[in-house]
Design a protein around this ligand. Sequence first.
Ligand code: FES
Ligand SMILES: [Fe+2]
Length: 427
Amino acid sequence: MDVISAADLDDPLGEARAATLDMLSRHPRGLSLPQPFYNDDRLFRLDMQGIFEREWVFVGMSCEVPAKGNFMTLTIGDNPLVIVRGDGGILHAFHNVCRHRGSRLCATERGKVAKLVCPYHQWTYELDGRLLFAGSDMGQDFDLKAHGLKSVALTEAGGFLFVCLAEQPPSCDELKASFAHYLAPYDMENLKVAVSSTIEESANWKLVIENNRECYHCNGAHPELLNSLQEFDDTDDPRATPAYRELVARKQADWEAMNVPWQLTRLGKRNRLTRTPLLDGTVSMTMDGKPACQKLMGRLTSADMGSLRILHLPNSWNHFMGDHAVVFRVLPLGPQRTVVTTKWLVHKDAVEGVDYHPEQMRRVWDATNEQDRRLAEENQRGINSLAYEPGPYSMTYEFGVIDFIDWYRETLAASLGASPSLRLAQG
Ligand code: FES
Ligand SMILES: [Fe+2]
């Protein structure tokens, strides 16, 4: 940049924006990203502004806030949010920020309240965000109506909840329709969280997603997962064998007869939904491949449902089997810090200790998450080195990573004002 303008003074990231756009437009497709994308504080802030404050971000499941007054909280970057169910079953999302002097309102991860009461000076809000009470000394002219909670766009799609911090969120019609279609057999309002885990990883959020988008590493890293998981999930996969194709055809015929969706759907590169078989003879992601829960979900009548795999960029992947589901949420904490939350879902009437044992249900993905954490952290350590330079993704094993990086580059470049023709250099 030749001249520093007043606009640049207003925008401390101005030079970083220009440099980032330049790097994005020159970066050859098919290579991992340049180092600053994985460890630089300014790039991290651009990721937060350009991706996590503009796109639909997965927050949790509607069954986690089942009744009026139930709330859940999360933080996207610097933004604490609260999702609460109000009158008539309506879900609301708000900035979890008091309109008095800005204190965070709800400090716990979840709970049940009659009203939202600020812990600092007890300003009190209705569940729909209206300010009801602000003490008696705010003066006669104080306008309660002008101090309601700031709302955030929220959408429910087949039992998944997404928020978007942008003032004008991108359309979510297709997202809602697709998720509703695939998840209809699961009766999502009648699920519950059997158990959950939260792990913090010392790695950039993109390394966590990249690691998830390939199974190149599975053979060497995931013995527990490979008791049930197929290493590929598509008959177009260059590695797909005749035996795999035969298994897929057989299972698809079974699912078709049960009127359960299995086809592959893509919504751009952001979402991918498909049902694929587990290893022949296994029905669930457990150590022995047998169901972890005796009560099946929704209207399903067979445990042998393979896995409905659902990807949502930037921050979620999911497996829905017949007996239980595992949902994953990724939230960036810093350039080299990411939190991964995993929830295991079962039918809400399943009885712990009778129908399922949480310790048994969680074993495979606890082991897998821990293995993936180490892989992502080692990846980060190497990337921080003077020696790191972008390396080639494998077209055979890592096409999912290439798709993710394409989506990331296009989305971030668009947020930085790139014209579509500038958005991707073809390598
Ligand atoms: S900051 Fe919330 S009541 Fe004062
Ligand atoms: Fe993995």
